[in-house]
Design a protein around this ligand. Structure first.
Ligand SMILES: Cc1cc2nc3c(=O)[nH]c(=O)nc-3n(C[C@H](O)[C@H](O)[C@H](O)COP(=O)(O)OP(=O)(O)OC[C@H]3O[C@@H](n4cnc5c(N)ncnc54)[C@H](O)[C@@H]3O)c2cc1C
Ligand code: SF4
Length: 333
């Protein structure tokens, strides 16, 4: 691993001022914040990330989960994934988030991993993690060997000719369905970004994954007030039962009245280049009876734009079955 300066900024202003000196907040950043370090240090050991300065933000006051006056939830950036998953209000009112978190990584990693770090975890594409290989995301303009190579676990939605990497997060899929908002403090002040606008499609700039600019510090995430009587479920399908990333996953938040779907929020994981909210599936559910035919139609709508690669055609049907089963489970709960 390369040498770097390790710093513990005393407050947010100092952290932001130091990070603002970086040329980018994306791949290749020379200043990086560190939460749990489970993504960052991992990639630094592989020389995929080579920051000159690492700013440990764990002393900053962002480790609280608070209930807001409107009944929503404010989740600090350095709240550990485990603490969030086991929080009583999350388990009661945002159970899809608790379920998603508890199906991610291992207990040890969840105890270290922070909310902001999870939002910014990187793809597990094997070429991205191997500096002996070309990769447009790591070194723009070098090519994408995954398109003709090993792509079984990679994306089928939101891909481009430049990158087909999957966003690997479980937490983000639940947050997409819950319509979270990400709060950022940067050199120009504070701003709030709707969850769906935070991650970017790869297009022809796959090295650019989010809207973050140099110096931008995620301070917290908010969840809107819970929807009374909503039925929620997160289903994750993977190669082994634990400690494995999703091949396909589905986060479902449904409101049902008189046997029909009144409100639906649907997001898919393991298949998209970003956490994949599906307005098509939501539209296919509204006003429809809660039966298998409706659920399958929603799944068909969600995967309509899928573009499988040479090794991952199976993901199209897997994702459809994943969403159908998640909807069935939520409706029956
Ligand atoms: C073996 C293994 C298995 C895993 N399995 C899964 C899985 O099944 N499902 C899943 O969802 N995840 C999985 N993960 C990923 C894990 O969830 C992430 O590594 C973790 O959530 C990252 O959080 P962190 O706090 O450690 O991030 P860090 O490594 O500290 O940071 C990650 C990135 O976020 C930036 N950052 C951190 N905090 C801030 C902030 N406040 N503002 C701006 N930028 C910030 C850092 O600069 C860095 O670029 C796995 C990880 C490992 C190592
Ligand atoms: S899919 Fe993306 S991350 Fe993987 S090799 Fe291609 S450009 Fe790199």
């Amino acid at each position: 691993m390369h040498t770097f300066e390790f710093m513990r900024p005393k407050d947010s202003a100092a952290a932001i001022a130091t990070a603002a000196q970086s040329k980018t907040a994306q791949q290749g950043a020379d200043v990086r914040f560190m939460g749990g370090g489970t993504t960052l240090i991992d990639l630094m050991k592989l020389n995929v990330e080579t920051p000159a300065r690492v700013l440990d933000i764990n002393r900053l006051p962002f480790d609280k989960i608070e209930i807001m006056p409107d009944g929503g939830l404010k989740i600090g950036a350095t709240v550990r994934n485990s603490d969030l998953a086991y929080h009583a209000k999350v388990q009661r009112d945002y159970s899809v988030l608790s379920q998603a978190l508890l199906q991610g990584a291992s207990a040890q990693i969840r105890n270290m991993a922070t909310v902001a770090g999870n939002l910014l975890q990187r793809t597990r594409c094997v070429y991205f993690r191997d500096t002996a290989m070309p990769c447009n995301k790591r070194e723009p303009g070098t090519g994408c060997p995954a398109i003709t190579g090993h792509n079984r676990t990679l994306a089928i939605l939101g891909t481009s000719d430049h990158c087909i990497a999957t966003n690997p997060s479980d937490m983000c899929i639940a947050m997409a369905a819950l319509e979270a908002t990400i709060h950022i403090q940067g050199p120009k002040g504070t701003r709030a970004v709707a969850f769906g606008d935070f991650h970017l499609l790869p297009g022809n700039t796959p090295q650019r994954e989010t809207v973050l600019e140099p110096g931008d510090l995620i301070t917290h995430v908010t969840l809107p007030p819970p929807i009374a009587g909503s039925k929620q479920h997160y289903l994750k399908l993977r190669d082994r039962a634990s400690y494995e990333f999703a091949l396909a996953s589905a986060a479902v938040v449904l409101t049902i009245a008189g046997g029909n779907v009144r409100r639906a929020r649907i997001a898919l994981g393991g298949v998209g280049t970003k956490p994949w909210r599906s307005p098509e599936a939501e539209a296919a559910l509204i006003g429809r009876p809660t039966n298998d035919a409706t659920f399958r139609q929603a799944a068909e709508a969600a995967l309509q734009g899928a573009k499988p690669q040479s090794e991952n055609k199976f993901k199209v049907e897997l994702a459809k079955r994943c969403l159908t089963h998640a909807l069935r489970t939520a409706a029956a709960s």
